[in-house]
Write a protein that binds this ligand. Structure first.
Ligand SMILES: O=P(O)(O)OC[C@H]1O[C@](O)(COP(=O)(O)O)[C@@H](O)[C@@H]1O
Ligand SMILES: [Mg+2]
Ligand SMILES: [Mg+2]
Length: 338
């Protein structure tokens, strides 16, 4: 029924009304992020029709070859969010250092950190990709924030969300009052509330991990996956299914929709490169952990709650094990057994 549609803006305003401190700043910021994701969705949708597939022949701070859409999505996020006066600075996977709000634009009280295109290795093969974002408060009285001002534990996030550019374009977000999903109606250009109060079942029979790293895994992870693969014939006494999309956004969305466990653990290969994991704390692990916990799931490094971690670098990498509570707890238990 057309007249009963709730747009994402209406939903956020209603949510903000519950907290008397709301000034409209947050709603304004979210609207700018929503606009950016609509533009990126349009670009992903059109693909080679507008020549945006393929590599950009440049590398980001992670040493990864950037896709054209990595750079385009990054620019769209910057341009859409820099002008309105809600932000003091931004941080992105695709930029070495933070992005201060340009002179001439008003500064605001929030910090925005994002992964402009997640799963970018799937862009050229037409598999779901996404955008992940996290909103933090800028320290009071600081006119020009530094990278250090972004290094706040995940528990201090004001909002976390992602856009998923898949068969349909969706946006899922939390402000600490549960998790809700919105589907983009491209005819009216609005994200409409379609998935109210998303929750993750505590149990699951589905795991997601890049099995090609098997020989590099630590014993607790190898034990957990061995038992899943042994299924009925092993100690778990039941069969498990496996999925791996290679887009964290798509994995988390599947888990929010039907449960599951997603793992990108630390391994010997990553350690040998001096990395603390594959995925980035500030704009992948923290926002996804806030969403997963708000949906009743759990998120850990295997040894610590991700949201409690004190970040030490804007591009810090961490192990990620998240999803259905009882399975994540089991993996954490295997780590503590040593
Ligand atoms: O290539 P792998 O080992 O399968 O890793 C896939 C993982 O890397 C990522 O693509 C990293 O994110 P980016 O694409 O934003 O760099 C995750 O989305 C995904 O979960
Ligand atoms: Mg990513
Ligand atoms: Mg990315």
């Amino acid at each position: 029924m057309l007249q009963n549609l709730t747009t994402i803006t209406q939903f956020i305003i209603e949510e903000q009304r519950k907290s008397h401190a709301a000034t409209g700043d947050f709603t304004g910021l979210l609207n700018d992020i929503v606009t950016a994701c609509k533009v990126i969705s349009n670009g992903v949708d059109k693909g080679e029709l507008i020549g945006v597939l393929g590599s950009a022949e440049s590398e980001n701070v992670q040493g990864e070859t950037q896709k054209k859409m990595d750079i385009i999505s990054n620019d769209v996020m910057l341009k859409s969010n820099e002008w309105a006066g809600h932000l003091a600075a931004m941080g992105s996977e695709e930029m070495d250092d933070i992005y201060p709000i340009p002179e001439g634009y008003p500064r605001g009280k929030y910090l925005l950190v994002f992964d402009p295109l997640d799963g970018s290795s799937n862009m050229d093969v037409n598999v779901s990709v996404g955008t992940i974002f996290s909103i933090l408060r800028a320290p009071e009285g600081v006119d020009k924030p530094t990278a250090a001002d972004f290094l706040q534990p995940g528990t201090t996030q004001v909002c976390a969300g992602y856009a998923l550019y898949g068969p349909s374009t969706m946006m899922v977000l939390t402000t600490g009052q549960g998790v809700n999903g919105f589907t983009l109606d491209k005819d009216i250009g609005e994200f409409i509330l379609t998935h109210r109060n998303m929750t993750i079942p505590a149990d699951t029979g589905e795991f997601a991990i890049n099995m090609s790293n098997y020989r590099h895994w630590e014993p607790p992870v190898r034990r957990y996956i061995d038992e899943c693969v042994q299924g009925k014939t092993g100690p778990r006494g039941r069969d498990f299914n496996m999925r791996w999309v290679a887009s964290m956004v798509a994995e988390v969305h599947r888990i929010l929709t039907r449960g599951g466990i997603f793992m990108y653990p630390i391994d010997e290969k990553l350690k040998s490169k001096g990395q603390g994991g594959k995925l980035r704390l500030m704009y992948e692990a923290n926002p996804m952990s806030f969403i997963v916990e708000q949906a009743g799931g759990m998120s850990s490094t295997g040894r610590e709650r991700i949201l409690d971690l004190q970040p030490n670098d804007l591009h810090q990498r961490v192990p990620v094990i998240l999803g259905s509570k009882n399975e994540v707890e089991r993996v954490v238990g295997y780590h503590s057994e040593g």
